[in-house]
Design a protein around this ligand. Sequence first.
Ligand code: 5GP
Ligand code: ZN
Length: 111
Amino acid sequence: MDCIFCKIVKGEIPSKKVTENDKFLAFYDINPIAPVHVLIIPKEHFEKFDSTPDEIFPQMAEFIKEVAKTLNLSDYRLITNNGKNAGQEVFHLHVHMVANPDGKLKWPKLV
Ligand code: 5GP
Ligand code: ZN
């Protein structure tokens, strides 16, 4: 069965798209934690960071930079939760891109 992000890739669940190419997709988080909160995913399903083949990441890094350009962001934070206790809720690899174009992001304590 497809996971929720695979369904977003297939268009079976609607999403607000930022940009995409043949391998990656960027769309707005449904529950934003900052003025800009975008999720960046490979279209192929990988459960999490540590089970994703290394060769995906250079391509993903390039795509992430394109997303930042598309959003006209110079300053942003990237977050990947790897595993349940790290806060991962959707088990399809994703990078959160968060930004506050009008000011500074906080760096909160997490425990
Ligand atoms: P995680 O906690 O796994 O690192 O992040 C999962 C993220 O996916 C959360 O920030 C959550 O708000 C977002 N999310 C969950 N379901 C949906 C959905 O159906 N659509 C969108 N756009 N975001 C979702
Ligand atoms: Zn998936």
